[in-house]
Design a protein around this ligand. Structure first.
Ligand code: F6R
Length: 619
């Protein structure tokens, strides 16, 4: 939540403004209810900020241009304290001399007490934000110590909560100071210029060399260096890394939306996530896990923690992981896990799934699991993010940057990574599925080609979506691995098309939800392949008949060659054949395309749906 950019470079015209505005454009997906920028301009800091999307700020700067500068900070906001107004937009001035400005991501939990105290002491507030409290505290501290880094050190000692803070002071041109606690911040290392960002997208157009920081660290950047210290002043070193994607990967590349582009990138996302995870003999090799093999062998319970789409990927993977490893596996929403006294000990393996690696609910669940003695593995798409750093081991998905708020390619990559992990555990532990692991890997390797084929036959799905643009409610049914796919299909539609959508387990229908069926009610049904064990296919076909008999309009997602569904389907959407556990990697595709096309037909901003942000860094 909230995008943050900082820059110090050479004195070339409007370089600072260009870098900051480009960074904000790339980070706008993190929050887009207001935006602002601050540049050091002689004896003061020049601030421009506007409520609404970045375009409003861009227009304001076009109308009244900002000065040339070599130092700047910028912010794109997802409101927490105070509504999305010009006044509440960041940056915020501290003090009254216009010399110091601050931007912030996160929440200062003790802001109320601090604010009351400052007001009692005569400080005048211009906004309702928690951030302004920090700005005033920093301005005071600066007056006392005359050094922005030292002032930051003094102030963070008084703050509770999660935060990334960036500050500039007109008396220290050429310096940006940043502090982080449980909130994202990376440093970009250029030549004669340095950058700060909520993630590497902020500066990917300028450098691919980056530095990750630990919690409770302060970094001071100038054009020539980035100096890291702990909150207590102890010298520290960031961990450098090279970003393995470029600016082009974070651009739309001719597509109408990032979501459309990312849906189409799924064959590559799945393929890249499988790449390099087997040796010459086809055995799984996960050196990167760095958890002793004996420990993994002794695991007697797996708990998957995640939120939203990532949670549904975990729900999908549970079926496969339990089947292959015979280890009891629970999947829990990360925000619920921590507060219910979970039964977790050192033989529990807690697997977190997060595209951003910054979701606060998931991060807190991981920390709690570690406190309870569990081993933690992070499945993550973002290098250098907080959750993998706080975990014992990480298995990266290689989906590339996901910019659209609605997650698509990360979802299929997450399922893939969970399957790789499940098969690896099965291989380690022996048993019948150890022998089959290589066979399943071969089947997984065939999936990207099948997704490509499927993506090539989505015209009818798009037509149906356009036709349904005025629909007010859509239901989704699935069974077994099709159940989480129904939930994910409904989530996609809710979040980008603002349509009431619900996913149900098909078997649950008769226990209540079938009362919702009335003539014309559209229902998507994810049908398991005819080979699925336990006669599930036939059971779902019966469910289709039951709702059709009550007037539902049935939109059936079924395997090629499955003719049993035809008499009961108003529409059949075909997916290539695959083994039952791998079907979700295909059946989700038409549901993603459907939501994207329907939201587009409604004229909505598919990439930046209302009230949402890509990376949810508050609890
Ligand atoms: C929905 C969506 C969200 C995220 C959730 C977790 O399309 O994107 O539900 O899946 O907020 O985010 P990450 O994976 O970054 O932890």
């Amino acid at each position: 939540m909230c995008g943050i950019v900082g820059y110090v470079g050479p004195n070339i015209d409007d370089k600072a403004l260009t870098v900051v505005m480009e960074g904000l454009a790339r980070l706008e997906y993190r929050g887009y209810d207001s935006a602002g920028v601050a540049l050091i301009n002689g004896p003061t800091v020049d601030v421009r900020k506007r409520a609404g999307k970045l375009a409003n700020l861009q227009r304001a700067i076009q109308d009244v241009p900002m000065p040339a500068a070599n130092t700047g900070i910028g912010h794109t906001r997802w409101a927490t304290h105070g509504g999305p107004t010009d006044e509440n937009a960041h940056p915020h001035y501290g003090g009254s001399d216009g010399k110091l400005a601050v931007i912030h991501n996160g929440i200062i939990e003790n802001f109320h007490g601090l604010r009351t105290k400052l007001i009692a002491e005569g400080v005048q507030f211009r906004s309702e934000t928690d951030t302004e409290v920090v700005a005033h505290l920093l301005a005071r501290a600066y007056q006392e110590v005359g050094d922005l880094t030292k002032a930051m050190r003094t102030v963070v000692a008084h703050l509770d909560g999660a935060f990334t803070l960036l500050a500039v002071h007109a008396d220290e041109p050429g310096v940006v100071v940043a502090a982080r606690r449980n909130s994202p911040l990376v440093v970009g290392l250029g030549e004669g210029e340095n950058f700060l960002g909520s993630d590497v997208a902020a500066f990917i157009g300028y450098t691919r060399e980056a530095l990750e920081l630990d919690n409770d660290q302060i970094v001071t950047i100038t054009a020539d260096e980035a100096v890291v210290t702990g909150f207590d002043g102890t010298p520290a070193q960031g961990k450098s890394f090279h970003v393995d994607w470029d600016a082009e990967a974070a651009e739309k590349g001719g597509h109408a939306s990032f979501m459309e582009k990312e849906i189409l990138e799924q064959p590559l996302a799945v393929e890249a996530t499988l790449l390099g995870r087997t040796d010459a003999d086809g055995a799984l090799v996960l050196d990167e896990l760095r958890i002793p093999v004996e420990h993994l062998r002794s695991v007697n319970k797996i708990v998957v923690v995640a939120c939203g789409t990532a949670f549904y990927s975990g729900m999908t993977a549970k079926y496969a992981i339990e089947h292959w490893t015979r280890i009891p596996t629970e999947v829990e929403m990360a925000h619920e896990f921590r507060y219910r006294d979970p039964v977790v000990d050192k033989r529990t393996l807690v697997v977190s799934i997060s595209q951003s690696g910054e979701t606060m609910d998931t991060l807190m669940a991981v920390k709690h699991a570690r406190e309870l003695g569990a081993q933690t593995i992070s499945i993550c798409n973002t290098h250098g993010a907080t959750i993998p750093r706080e975990s014992d081991a990480v298995l990266y998905t290689h989906a590339g940057p996901e910019i659209a708020v609605a997650s698509t390619k990360a979802f299929t990559a997450q399922i893939t990574a969970c399957y790789v992990l499940g098969l690896y555990l099965a291989q380690l532990r022996g048993g019948s599925y150890a022998d089959e692991a290589q066979q399943v890997m071969r089947e997984l390797h065939a999936i990207p080609e099948k997704i490509s084929q499927l993506l090539g036959q989505m015209d009818r799905v798009r037509e149906i979506a356009r036709f349904m643009a005025d629909t007010r409610s859509v239901l989704f049914l699935g069974r077994h691995v099709g159940f989480p796919i129904a939930l994910e299909g409904a989530l996609k539609l809710k979040e980008i098309a603002y349509i009431h959508a619900e996913g149900f387990a098909a078997g649950e229908l008769k226990h209540g939800p079938i009362a919702l069926i009335e003539p014309g009610q559209p229902v998507f049904i994810v049908v398991p392949g005819p080979d699925t064990p336990h006669g599930l296919h036939g059971k779902v076909v019966s469910n289709i008949q039951e709702i059709r008999a009550r007037g539902a309009r049935t939109l059936v997602i079924a395997e090629e060659g499955d003719h049993d569904v035809e008499p009961f389907a108003d529409e059949v959407i075909r997916v290539p054949q695959a083994p039952p556990l791998l079907e979700p990697l295909l059946t989700i595709i038409p549901l993603q395309v459907f939501a994207c096309e329907l939201a587009t037909a409604k004229g909505l901003d598919v990439d930046q749906p209302r009230n949402l942000a890509k990376s949810v860094t508050v609890e």
